[in-house]
Design a protein around this ligand. Structure first.
Ligand SMILES: [Ca+2]
Ligand SMILES: [Ca+2]
Length: 217
């Protein structure tokens, strides 16, 4: 009996430590992800900015996600997972400013445990310049303690609901020092955590400011 219990525990631990962020490269569409707003899976994105054109492709595999800064609905994606202290969650991102100041559209990446653990404003119109773009970049979050987390990204229209800037993501992955492993949670925890993600976003917006409708100044 004891051997059987140990065997089951071994299998559970083995399952928990196998794999990576579910579909973190978006090769299987939105499988494993929660999304809302103007979010789509693409195989390429063409940037026409300041007199030049650039054709961007995925940084991993063939597909990536593109988000247009939301109009009536905020554009966001999120995923939930279990991670161990010392793990590093990395992701590739891009930002294409399709607006001008003071309409300072921006892109956020967040690590949450129900509330924001860490929030990064990756880019904005002011940081890349009016109608500027970043190309692909890589950033990361470190996991402070063992636990259940969510990674989320939000593409935000600021002060208007037009000239929606574009945010892109690919290759969201987790590495645990020494093993390179991570576990993912099931659908039920994802649904529960989804509500907590929204609470977290509300708190973040208090910090970065809220959107206004077209015509506001
Ligand atoms: Ca990909
Ligand atoms: Ca805008």
């Amino acid at each position: 009996m004891r051997a059987a219990v140990l065997c089951v525990l071994t299998l559970l631990i083995g399952t928990a430590q196998a794999g990576a962020i579910t579909n973190g490269s978006f090769e299987d569409g939105f499988t494993g992800w929660t999304q809302s707003g103007q979010v789509s899976i693409v195989s390429g994105y063409t940037v026409s900015s300041i007199g030049s054109t650039h054709n961007l492709s995925a940084t991993d595999g063939d597909k990536f996600v593109i988000m247009f800064a939301g109009n009536s609905v905020t554009s966001l994606i999120s995923d939930a997972f279990y991670a161990f202290a010392g793990s590093e969650l990395t992701f590739d991102w891009l930002f294409h400013a399709r607006d001008y100041l003071p309409f300072n559209d921006y892109v956020l990446a967040l690590l949450l445990d129900g509330s924001p653990v860490e929030t990064k404003q990756l880019a904005s119109v002011s940081s890349v310049g009016e109608f500027g773009f970043t190309g692909w970049n890589t950033d990361s979050f470190f996991i402070p303690v063992d636990g259940s987390y969510q990674w989320a990204a939000e593409c935000v229209n600021l002060k208007d609901s037009v000239n929606d800037s574009v945010c892109g993501f690919d290759n969201v992955s987790m590495t645990m020092p020494g093993t390179g492993t991570v576990s993912t949670l099931g659908d039920a925890p994802l649904m529960a955590i989804g509500g907590l993600v929204l609470i977290g976003f509300a708190r973040v917006r208090e910090k970065f400011g809220s959107r206004r409708q077209l015509g506001d100044t």
